[in-house]
Design a protein around this ligand. Structure first.
Ligand SMILES: [Zn+2]
Length: 433
């Protein structure tokens, strides 16, 4: 299908920070075909008049746990360890596939409606998540967050080894690579060297990326040092965990030597500012990571610690947080934050998206720039980073297919999902209606 966006303000997210007024962006099949200020030749199946709108690359949510929408607002007001042990883990023990499917679809609806076209997820029952993401039309790097607490590791006794193998066999590369599987460790403190070695080999032999939680809390970081004499990044790096494309979620307590390892190995950091602030985990050293040459992407983390998946909200916090804590209004600017949410996220996930240019995946979102909160527009980047919210998104196109437009979901039955969550998943998980 050929689609033409016309008369639109296009924020390309190229290195030159180009903003094209009165732009034409042509889409052919799954791919952006041309970008310019004159009408391209040829005929189109659909022409979308974007007058009064801003077109930008779809957002990349580079670290999330989609099914946790079920825990929105549950157990708030505790530190990370208490919150996990007393609230989250007991609820998670009651998941079944049907509840995961319902809560995943709900999370994807929220993301799609607020402009996300691509995610990196880490959770359990990942095959169910893969089916929901495949059906929703969104691009997803999915992983199951491998854990191992026992003493004598062998792949035969580690459930997650079987899970990851099955997942990669079934889903990696699905629909022309729209669904990809990443190898994954939940974290250093929830696994053992045997699993680290197995996961590193598994990723290398299957050509998969890697997704790990790193140095989210001070306690986690320091306990790793006490256990292994080194930081989580450097400990896992010694086992080859980061010898493939890798994303390290959080990195709040990482140190200069960690940044050097990350830059050298090409490990992307995923900044989750709202989650880190809410759980009191700290403020990640984003300007230092960037200065050290580390690619920094942006994520919401799970809804249970955010409590939303509107990435525009995280984008704004990311853009202003460093300025505040460093008393430096230039510590991070609007373009820096927008890059984290788009092109840097694409790089982190190994995706051909995040920029509006010919040959890239046609992952595009259209915002209503005539909304009160985006009026007037002296500078499109400033409006997008500091003033926009997900509710300004009026169209979401993922890989050339419009999956959301003017409040309507094209791939998800919104009312059915809502009913499934409230009538089935919530009673199963919380034992109440
Ligand atoms: Zn997380």
């Amino acid at each position: 299908m050929a689609i033409l966006f016309k008369n639109v303000t296009a924020v390309l997210m190229d290195p030159a920070h180009t903003v094209l007024e009165g732009a034409y962006v042509a889409v052919e099949g799954r791919t952006i075909d041309s970008v310019g200020v004159t009408r391209p030749a040829g005929s189109f199946d659909r022409e979308i008049d974007g007058r009064g709108g801003i077109l930008m690359p779809g957002l990349v949510n580079a670290h999330t746990h989609v099914p946790m929408t079920a825990m929105r607002g549950y157990g708030d007001g505790h530190n990370l360890q208490d919150w996990l042990n007393d609230f989250i883990f007991p609820v998670e023990s009651r998941w079944d596939d049907r509840a995961v499917a319902a809560c995943t679809s709900l999370g994807l609806m929220e993301m799609i409606a607020s402009g996300t076209t691509c995610i990196a997820d880490m959770y359990m029952r990942t095959g169910v998540i893969a089916q929901a993401a495949a059906d929703a039309g969104i691009s997803a790097n999915l992983s199951c967050g491998g854990v191992f607490f026992g003493e004598d590791f062998s792949p035969a006794v580690c459930v997650d080894c079987a899970n990851e193998t099955e997942l990669a066999d079934r889903w990696h590369g699905h629909d022309h690579g729209r669904i990809q599987i990443d190898a994954s460790l939940h974290a250093e403190y929830t696994s053992k060297p045997g699993l680290w070695e197995w996961t590193a080999d598994f990723a290398k032999s299957r050509g998969l990326g890697m997704h790990v939680h790193i140095s989210e809390t001070k306690r986690e970081h320091e306990e790793c040092r006490a256990r292994w004499g080194n930081t989580p990044i450097q400990t896992l790096a010694k086992y080859g965990v980061f010898d493939v494309r890798a994303i390290a979620a959080h990195c709040v307590w990482t140190e200069p030597e960690d940044w050097a390892v990350m830059a050298e190995k090409g490990i992307s950091a995923v900044h989750n500012p709202v989650s880190n602030l809410k759980l009191g985990s700290g403020v990640a050293p984003i300007p230092d990571l960037r200065k050290a040459g580390v690619n920094v992407a942006l994520g919401t983390d799970g809804v249970s610690s955010n409590n939303a998946t509107d990435l525009f909200a995280d984008l704004k916090i990311a853009a202003i947080l460093q300025n505040g804590v460093r008393c430096d209004p230039l510590a991070l600017n609007a373009w820096d934050a927008l890059e984290m949410a788009t092109v840097n996220g694409a790089r982190a996930l190994g995706r051909n998206t995040g920029v509006i240019e010919a040959g890239r995946d046609a992952d595009l979102i259209l915002l209503d720039a005539e909304a009160p909160n985006l009026t007037p527009c002296h500078d499109a980047a400033n409006n997008l980073a500091y003033a926009a919210h997900g509710g300004n998104v009026i169209l979401n196109m993922c890989r050339g297919k419009v999956i959301y437009e003017n409040g309507e979901f094209r791939t998800i039955d919104a009312e059915k999902v809502r009913r499934e969550v409230l009538d089935y998943a919530v009673p199963v998980l919380f034992g109440r209606n």
